[in-house]
Ligand binder design. Structure first.
Ligand SMILES: Cc1ncc(COP(=O)(O)O)c(C=O)c1O
Length: 418
């Protein structure tokens, strides 16, 4: 009998039937409060009526994806609307399907534009599972182990993650920048370095925000040496952190932005944004793809933008995110195993440690299970999978946040006791 590959891990084991807003329904009648959102994808909630309507209208009109054959109206309309969301000077976009594809397209452009081979990525970063993106990923061995040779020309530098750099004396940002300078002096000199690829808030790596000083440091070095600064906003972008772009929290200035996940409320789309000057340096015909600039995903992205604006979702993410963080801190105050509640907006992590101080991997799995048994769907992240990952749709309301916090508290206490 034909089945899905067992290798594809599924947390619930149930068959997902339908969803509405922040609620998910399984075929067996289970109703879940969804604070996972398809791993930070369903930004406007499940099946938002406005997005559904836009998709249905577009499907009824035409489904032709071939962007190399001609332009399509939804993509043109999206470009017109999206300009103001991008930093000044970034005025060209390329569309793909998944995040990894956008990351690899950014790497391709960086190499074409600079003529240099190396990309410096950061420890704990996640950029996708395709061969090039996996080569740039270090949040877990699972993505890159056993598939070598990986893409050459990748060098990893530390990210300013204090919990991860426990053995380092002094400030994590100082350490990260010192190590970066050492790498630029010894392993990948500027003339060999095309780009820095970085997340403003590491996602898979444990919901770890960077620091302004770190991103200022990257910008300075990029400007001094003609290195391009690529922000991977695939998970943290599109309002997730309470600002449209996560790098805005740090006043950072990217040369390229890659995005995906929440862009089309659940349909697969990704994109690369850069200046015309930079985009023009891509060699002719080097960017493309059968489904690049798909009419339906473009229509969904446009409708997603409508919902963001009409329902003020970025502001909502900031407000509900603070409520969520405050609530989680309150319910975990007396729990010694909670090492830290951190995050920006609705990208919230709760890092756990076992009573003996070791990383809380087993405990995190128990919390997830206990929460699920009580009707709350949450995920884990972190290089040790020791951090609860809490990412509801951006349409979440105060009542649901309070309910999720209450369930989280019960699950946490049960997991610690068990
Ligand atoms: C920051 C970041 N970059 C890239 C990716 C890869 O995106 P995709 O799975 O759509 O290829 C992800 C996915 O989780 C991500 O979180």
């Amino acid at each position: 009998m034909l089945r899905l590959a067992e290798n594809l891990a599924q947390f619930t084991g149930g068959v997902i039937d339908r969803g509405s807003g922040v609620r998910l329904h399984l075929e067996d009648g289970t109703e879940l409060l969804d604070f996972a959102a398809g791993i930070a994808v369903t930004s406007t909630g499940h099946s938002h009526p406005h997005v559904v309507q836009a998709i249905q209208d577009q499907v009824a009109k035409i489904l032709l994806p071939a962007s190399s054959l001609g332009l399509n109206r939804p993509t043109l309309d999206f470009l017109e609307r999206f300009g103001p969301y991008l930093p000044e000077g970034i005025d060209r976009m390329w569309f793909g399907n998944i995040g990894a594809e956008a990351v690899e397209t950014a790497v391709r452009l960086a190499r074409h534009a600079t003529g240099r081979p190396n990309i410096i990525a950061f420890e704990g970063g996640f950029h996708g599972r395709t061969m090039g993106a996996a080569s740039l990923t270090s949040s877990t061995a699972k993505v890159r182990a056993g598939i070598s040779p990986l893409m050459a020309g990748v060098v990893f530098a530390p990210y300013p993650a204090p919990a991860r750099l426990r053995s380092v004396q002094g400030d994590a940002t100082d350490h990260a920048l010192e190590q970066l300078d050492r790498i630029l002096a010894t392993i990948s000199i500027p003339q060999d370095t095309a780009a820095f690829l970085v997340e403003a808030v590491q996602g898979e790596g444990g919901y770890v925000p960077g620091t302004k000083r770190f991103f200022d440091g990257l910008r300075e070095r990029a400007d001094a040496h003609g290195i391009l600064l690529i922000f991977d906003e695939i998970q943290a972008g599109w309002g997730r952190t309470g600002r449209f772009w996560a790098f805005e929290h740090f006043d950072a200035r990217p040369d390229m932005i890659v995005m995906g996940k929440g862009m089309a409320s659940g349909l697969p789309i990704s994109a690369l944004a850069a200046s015309k000057e930079l985009m023009d340096k891509a060699w002719a015909g080097s960017m493309g793809g059968t489904f690049s600039g798909h009419v339906v995903t473009a229509a969904a992205a446009l409708a997603t933008l409508d919902v963001y604006e009409q329902e003020e979702l970025v502001d909502n993410a900031a407000v509900q995110g603070q409520r969520l963080i405050d609530g989680l801190r309150a319910v975990s105050e007396s729990v010694a195993e909670v090492h830290e509640v951190r995050g920006l907006g609705l990208m919230v992590g709760v890092e756990l440690r076992h009573a003996d101080g070791s990383v809380g991997t087993a405990l995190a799995a128990r919390v997830q299970k206990e929460a699920y048994a009580r009707g709350l769907l949450i995920l884990t992240c972190g290089i040790d999978r020791d951090t609860m990952r809490i990412v509801p749709p951006l349409v979440v309301e105060a009542e649901d946040v309070d309910r999720a916090v209450q369930i989280f508290g019960e699950a946490l206490h049960a997991a610690v006791a068990g």
